[in-house]
Design a protein around this ligand. Structure first.
Ligand code: PRX
Length: 570
């Protein structure tokens, strides 16, 4: 097959073309007219996602279709409204109110979505936690913002270090019969709860909506808080970039603990009245293709690692399924190799549309609209009205083709509201006093305005689209009794983009052995999460450090690793 450097758009009727043609000067006020609060003044994300559609006659439409190995479940918009009203009543009765931090620690399951949306109905600030987090990852997050409430289940509760979390006032469990003392069973409570009328708490556009913790190259993960106003951009990117229509069956593969799973897994599709597909369980090529076939997925949003894993399974697996319902595919989170796009064109007969954004940006900013040509290797172009630049270290604009800091002119509707209790960190995104938000990514622009990702300006690791701070992993490694020092980097990897690799110096009296290294890896895995535990650990005599401050030179470790890979390639 020929590898085109430009893949033209397919013919079709796309929202962006229908809404936008001939109106190139759209402004955000125009978009706001799509929300009921534009008329009523009553703001709440969950109302716009659910209740509004029921009131407008779409109550019998499927909101959620859940599928796992053993079961399937369909929930209509009316059922979702009733469930979230009931859950919100229980939460309210037990003290949850506007502005409270409420964490949700549940697997990919409709209950996770219901919990998140019910809390939002009350104006609480929701912190969805990734299902594979272990004790310390949970403790760091809940304790940082002094979370008051937690919705989880008995199985996951085993991983919540309750004695370290004095701020937690109430634990809600999704199990019917519970053994945990001082917890509330939601099903049990629901059995004797009369749903309160008008349960929705009306808020301001600037009020807190959700909090996602995200890693940088230093310190512990930071709490990024978004406001209800984010819905403006989340709705319109869902409409124009995902091209969601009311009859779409849409599958975003991310868990709501990650920003993609929350924003584009819950908010954007519901704001657009689409049907959400939820797949329970881990990645498995057969069950993924089967999900597309069974649910009749039309729009699919996933990540390069997942596409590469599907590619690695071979086309024979793909051929066993009918995935012809698919009409639009998108990707996010890490560089999308041209190879993957060519695979999509050849075997799925569809282009894969890359999108770029960050936890902090709250919504997609650089995209490939379905109506635009795709240049494989590029992340696309800025979403309409979004202004981007490539800046040098002093904040000057760089010419076409030069690599520099990828910057966005703020503000835009979905930009973070704050970094929790960290004004300094928030300010660090805007170093030049000129309104440019610095992403930390390095990129270049071509003569047509397409943006090409070139790496990070810091040491952050991106493994399978998950953002990992090396400092967090290093800190955990040196808590192990055998580890004196540790330096952690992202080592290039064909499937995962990067893998976490640790270089460690052992304490005196310890000798390297496969058992010891496995034990060290498990030590991190059992405390933080599987995806941050180093896949490779190398014992060295000494870590490279800066002469003056003695800081670990991760860049040098990475350069050495890349050199080694080059040797292998030869
Ligand atoms: O480095 C960029 C990478 O992921 C970072 C943001 O990570 P996170 O906050 O976890 O959000 C992930 C999904 C919204 C960015 O700074 N990244 C995101 N999208 C892309 C990407 N790198 C290359 N290509 C992309 N399309």
């Amino acid at each position: 097959m020929t590898r085109q450097s430009i893949i033209p758009p397919y013919k079709g009727s796309y929202n962006v073309q229908n809404d936008f043609d001939g109106n190139k000067s759209f402004n955000w006020n125009e978009i706001e007219k799509n929300f009921s609060w534009h008329q009523t003044g009553k703001v709440n994300m969950a109302y716009e996602c659910i209740d509004r559609h029921v009131e407008e006659g779409s109550g019998e439409k499927t909101a959620l279709y859940y599928i796992d190995e053993n079961s399937e479940q369909t929930i209509t918009y009316r059922e979702l409204k009733e469930a979230t009203d009931r859950w919100a009543t229980v939460l309210k009765k037990n003290g949850v109110k506007k502005g409270d931090f409420l964490f949700v620690f549940l697997p990919k399951h409709p209950e996770c979505h219901i919990a998140i949306l019910a809390a939002i109905k009350l104006g609480a600030i929701v912190g969805p936690l990734f299902e594979a987090f272990m004790e310390e990852a949970i403790r760091d997050r809940i304790s940082d913002c002094e979370g008051k409430f937690l919705i989880t289940n008995e199985e996951y509760l085993q991983r919540v270090p309750l004695s370290d979390l004095p701020s937690l006032e109430t634990i809600f469990l999704t199990d019917q019969h519970i053994t945990a003392a001082n917890a509330i069973s939601i099903p049990e409570e629901l059995a004797h709860t009369v749903v309160e009328d008008n349960i929705i708490e009306w808020v301001n556009l600037e009020d807190g909506l959700n909090i996602h913790y995200t890693s940088g190259s230093t310190g512990k993960p930071k709490g990024i808080i978004h406001a209800h106003r984010a819905m403006i951009q989340q709705y319109i990117t869902g409409r124009w970039v995902l091209d969601l229509k009311e009859d779409d069956v849409y599958w975003c593969t991310a868990h709501p603990g990650w920003v993609t799973g929350c924003v584009y897994g819950i908010f954007a599709p519901l704001l657009n009245r689409a049907t959400i597909v939820l797949h329970g369980g881990r990645f498995n090529a057969d069950s993924w293709y089967e999900t597309i076939e069974k649910a009749g997925v039309t729009v699919w949003y996933s990540a390069p690692t997942a596409f590469r894993m599907l590619m690695a399974e071979g086309v024979e697996t793909l051929k066993r399924y009918d995935v012809s319902s698919l009409r639009h595919i998108l990707s996010v989170g890490e560089p999308l190799n041209p190879e993957v796009i060519y695979w999509g064109v050849e075997h799925l007969t569809l282009r894969i549309h890359d999108t770029w954004w960050m936890t902090e940006t709250g919504a997609q900013l650089i995209v490939n609209l379905p109506t635009e040509p795709i240049k494989p290797g590029s992340m696309g172009k800025p979403f309409p009205t979004i202004e981007t630049a490539i800046l040098d270290d002093e904040g000057n604009n760089l010419p076409v083709g030069e690599v520099g800091h990828l910057a966005i002119k703020g503000p835009w509707p979905a930009i973070m509201k704050e970094v929790w209790k960290n004004k300094e960190k928030y300010a660090s995104y805007f170093p030049f006093d000129t309104g440019w938000y610095l992403s930390g990514d390095l990129a270049l622009k071509d003569e047509d305005g397409y943006i090409f990702f070139q790496g990070r300006s810091d040491d952050m690791i991106n493994s399978s689209g998950e953002r990992i701070g090396p400092f967090e992993v290093e800190s955990k490694l040196i808590e192990h009794p055998a580890v004196a020092e540790a330096g952690v980097i992202g080592k290039p990897d064909f499937v995962r983009g990067e893998i976490v690799k640790a270089f460690i110096v052992l304490k005196k009296g310890y000798a390297s052995s496969p058992e010891l290294l496995a034990n060290i890896r498990l030590f991190v895995r059992n405390r933080l999460a599987a995806h941050v535990a180093p896949r490779e650990i190398e014992v060295i005599e000494e870590l490279p450090k800066t002469k003056i401050s003695g800081k670990i030179l991760r860049r040098e470790l990475k350069a050495r690793e890349i050199d080694k890979l080059k040797v292998v390639e030869v």
